[in-house]
Ligand binder design. Structure first.
Ligand SMILES: [Zn+2]
Length: 364
């Protein structure tokens, strides 16, 4: 259904000029047939071209027929949009994965919930990926005033493929609900249903598809730790996992593009183009938002809005064109209200379908 709508729109865009020019040629050709002053009554090609008048009439008729056929030739040669390879995405299943993460409690570094969720994520990805690696490191978090163990989880599909796409999200949740209107909650951790769990849920669900229907490119899913344990107003205290990954990454790891998912499950989903992504990976932004338009996913709004410091920044700094798909208008951001009931399977499904389209149609 979506493909047909997208195909019709695309077809019309190409068809517009094609049929305009074709129509003009057809009129001119018809004119040659209908109004040629030398046209004889007899239409058949003469057996013997006895005199100049007959030769001339035959030539004019031939030209008319040829020109009438030209629009058809033009139409056949015109470039048609390629149909998209579209795979289904199970929003309900992704929503269950979001709830599952929240059931551990806030995934704040150096807590039992954080540790249990790390084990779950690793086991889940091992069911589908060709390789799952844990990248563990120590990081001093000034907001927690201690050094903690953080772990990025890296799941790779088709290790031999040189053309690769990176998909990522952060799996930790913020230790403080410091945007809550109730100041008594500012020192409590958030559940992070949307801020953390939503992006991870979409990627876990995508992992199943990558296993069952291998895409034409290699894929690396990275779940970053320690994204959200930064102090408000101090950007360099955030993004611990992606900063560590970027500064230690193998020089040979250079995916053609990357997509970061953050707060993509809100029931009232609004995905404007993020400004840093537009400035530093604009071609990827355009491609993804164009795919969303072809799929009829209108929650992808083709206007730049927020400029967000997120896990794509350290990756952009080492030359990987990664974009951030983020709903920064989410009303429960960094509040105690960021719970599963504010999220929906429908939102996860829309984002999942667009990301799958980007992975399975890497050249479109
Ligand atoms: Zn956050």
């Amino acid at each position: 259904m979506d493909y047909w709508i997208g195909g019709l729109v695309d077809g019309w865009m190409v068809g517009f000029w094609e049929y305009w020019i074709g129509g003009l040629l057809a009129c001119w050709s018809f004119g040659n047939l209908a109004f040629n002053p030398d046209a004889p009554v007899k239409k058949a090609i003469p057996h013997g071209l006895k005199n100049h008048t007959e030769l001339s009439a035959w030539f004019f008729n031939l030209r008319g027929i040829f020109l009438l056929l030209l629009p058809l030739l033009f139409s056949a040669c015109a470039k048609k949009p390629q149909p998209l390879t579209l795979l289904p995405f199970n929003g309900q299943s992704a929503y269950a994965l979001l709830v599952k993460q929240c059931d551990f409690g806030p995934r704040v570094p150096d807590t039992p919930a954080h540790d249990s969720c790390r084990v779950f994520l690793g086991e889940e990805l091992k069911k589908y990926a060709d390789q799952v690696a844990e990248q563990t490191f120590d990081e001093y978090l000034p907001g927690l005033q201690k050094t903690v163990k953080l772990t990025n989880i890296i799941a790779s599909f088709d290790l031999k493929a040189t053309q690769r796409i990176l998909l990522c999200a952060h799996w930790d949740s913020r230790p403080w609900a410091d945007q809550d209107s109730d100041t008594s909650k500012h020192r409590r951790p958030i559940l992070g249903a949307n801020d953390g769990a939503s992006g991870v849920a979409v990627l876990l669900e995508i992992a199943k598809t990558l296993k069952s229907s291998p895409p034409p490119v290699g894929v690396d899913i990275i779940l970053f730790d320690g994204e959200d344990a930064g102090l408000s107003g101090q950007n360099d205290t955030y993004l611990a996992g992606s900063r560590y990954f970027a500064r230690t990454k193998d020089a040979r790891f250079n995916p053609m593009m990357g997509i970061l998912l953050d707060m993509v499950g809100g029931a009232n989903l609004q995905l404007y183009k993020e400004v840093n992504s537009v400035n530093y990976a604009g071609a990827v932004v355009d491609r993804v938002w164009n795919l969303a338009a072809r799929l009829g996913v209108t929650e992808f709004i083709p206007t730049p809005k927020h400029q967000v410091t997120d896990d794509h920044i350290p990756l952009l700094n080492v030359g990987i064109p990664v974009i951030d798909i983020i709903d920064f208008d989410y009303a429960y951001w960094h509040t105690a209200g960021d719970t599963p009931d504010k999220c929906s399977a429908a939102s996860l499904e829309k984002v999942g379908r667009v990301v799958l389209a980007a992975v399975y149609n890497p050249e479109k």
